[in-house]
Ligand binder design. Sequence first.
Ligand SMILES: [Zn+2]
Ligand SMILES: [Zn+2]
Ligand SMILES: [Zn+2]
Ligand SMILES: [Zn+2]
Length: 802
Amino acid sequence: MDLPVDEWKSYILQKWSLLPKSIQVTISTAKTLNDLFLHSSPLLQPEDEMFLKRLSGGYLVGKDPDASLFYREKGNKKFREKDYMGATVLYSKAVSHSGPSSTDMSLCYANRSAALFHLGQYETCLKDIVRAQTHGYPERLQPKLLLRKAECLVTLGRPQEASQTISDLESNFAAKATLSASQFQILQRTLCRVKVKVQEKENLPEIFPEALTKTFEGVDLREENEQIPSASSSVSLHIDPLKGRYLVATKDILPGELLVKEDAFVSVLNPGEMPPRRHGLESKWDIQVTNGDLHCHRCLRRTLAPVPCDGCSYAKYCSQACMQQAWDRYHSVECSLGALLLTLGVFCHVALRSTLLARFEDVDKVIKKLCGEMSNQGICLPESRDPAQILKYDLRGEGEKKDKAVETPIPGCDINGKYERNYNAVFHLLPHTENHSPEHKFLCAVSVSALCRQLEAASLQAFTTDLQPTKLKAAETPVLCAELNVWGVAMLRHMLQLQCNAQAITTIQQTGSKENLITDTQQVRLATALFPVVSLLNHSCSPNTSMSFFGTIATIRASQLIRRGQEIFHCYGPHESRMGVAERRQKLRSQYFFDCNCPPCERERQKPSAGPGREAFRCHRCRALLQGDDVLSCGGPACTESLGRGLLVSRLQDLQRQVGAAQKRLRNGRLELAIQLLLGCQSDAESFLSADHSMVGEIEDTLAQAYAALGDWEKSATHLQESLRVVEVHHGPSSVEMGHELFKLAQVFFNGCAIPEALNTIQKAEKVLLVHYGPWNDEIRELQKMKSCLLDLLSIPGGPKE
Ligand SMILES: [Zn+2]
Ligand SMILES: [Zn+2]
Ligand SMILES: [Zn+2]
Ligand SMILES: [Zn+2]
């Protein structure tokens, strides 16, 4: 997803292998990114571009009225089946394929408003009603829409507006007798119903819908850092030849303290699994729900009612305002390139968008800073104010960059030592050019060249034809001004930087079927982004912070007490509790080009095989733990059993498959069968796995879900507590994993009306989750709702007592 699609990758690698040795050497030994780009770019031949074009052709990114019709009909089907959520998403897909201001579009919005109404999303429903009307909703259908509007207004406690809507409706009827007698009767009845509701409500004070989310903007750093905006004053920036840049605590920091709150410099929504359309397959259009269907293309916030870009079907936004901002800043250029960007991968897209965003910065400042650096190295800077020109003079290799320390002590900072979250900071993130393989660099360079040629073609077209809307032309002109090669080199730099500096923006998504009363959650990747401040943190396999996201904003909180003078760490992915030391080291080496020296890595390196560990096997005879590498022998006092590791591993894989099969049954609602299978797995696991094995935890957790789905809360709680025990062994009592598991247990107790247990667990879950996420987290709000509900129950006279 990050890198180009496999077909293009293998095509280019093949091309590389066929290049004359001399050219391979020239490219492999290129001293600067500039040289790398200039030597690779001309090798992209027209037939290569044709091949790429064919690959891109598989993605449906334009508008297709037939697709709109197809999705609307699918949506109607879901609507009839009362799957309103499913219908909403399909109507959104339909909207994105219908032409602006077409009847088609107005019908899609109107249908979506109906689905939203059933989902209880009244505010959003009202917005879609307005959208349907502005896009020319047919006159004869208006009454239906107005009635829905009146009902929404009534439910939202806005009786005056509802009355107004009804009188509009009545005058509309009087003016036009467009309804059949029976339709008229139905409408009359509905009208009466609404009127009664209005009268009932009119006596009540106007109630405004409770704000759904506590405004995130209100949650702030206690004191902002003067040197690093977006960071708290509890940290300071340092540099070291070995570690590079890093952050250190300037005072003792308590668990839960907010250390960084940073909006991404650039972020690109991950398209998710979006397979290109293959010819000859029965279904032309995909009805799978992806990130792009549920999240705003710009701000990443979840939305049930996106509005599509006028020019393409893949960019959808939470609001008109977001759409306009995206258009002005980057989408005017990206709009026609959707298929190519999907083919070339998210990194290429982030690279393009970063350079597009750079156009809007205070160019003066960047020039002054780079000017200072250039003069140190005897390079004359031209008078040009074009940011692309500045880039040209800063595209140096890593070797040259080190000299800079003389002028500005820390790269990315301005002359006053202030680290700003701008393009300058992004530009200074390390591309590690010397560490990437020649093939990889060639792939990136050629992919960027292909993108450059498309950009050239697109901007030429925009320049020469007068058919484009004026806003498009205005936005694209700067593209033409920039020198394309310079632009290409900058994008290449970003593409190489991203391997080490890209930050995945994740979100917690609820999983499991609708029938499941306890929600299970899963972390999913939403976008790829660059955060200049977050990038200052070094990695540890056992970090002292926790990271979470709200839209495009990242927050980092202390997850434990951090003493003054200690370094602030965050985990790049390979976490101690999820990966063994060998696997971690391999991953960090290949992706991030360093050997980890964090305390757990050091510890495990010094005494490599410290006993059987948590994921141990045990003896089927005496139940003692087995020890050893290839051949495991029993540690029991009077037992001589020994077994080959291969045998045990294949037994574990077998068990894994069985658990998978049971989970599938559970998802399909075959609960009894799932439980039966799981109980079998449980006793199988007991016979050869340690009690703390993560597989044991997974089986318990799945059993808990199955019993919850049956409504057997007591059994569910028992199994969940077992799972909780395993999670604690693996991740620690105050880990975020523990928080999620406690949240589930709280739901089970709550549903089972075990009030004291529920209150107790809610408190524990809240405490753990607060440290990691802060107060605006969905689960925490849910816990608070449960708590106040339980406390209400307790306060009812004659109600249950604690
Ligand atoms: Zn948005
Ligand atoms: Zn577009
Ligand atoms: Zn480590
Ligand atoms: Zn034994």
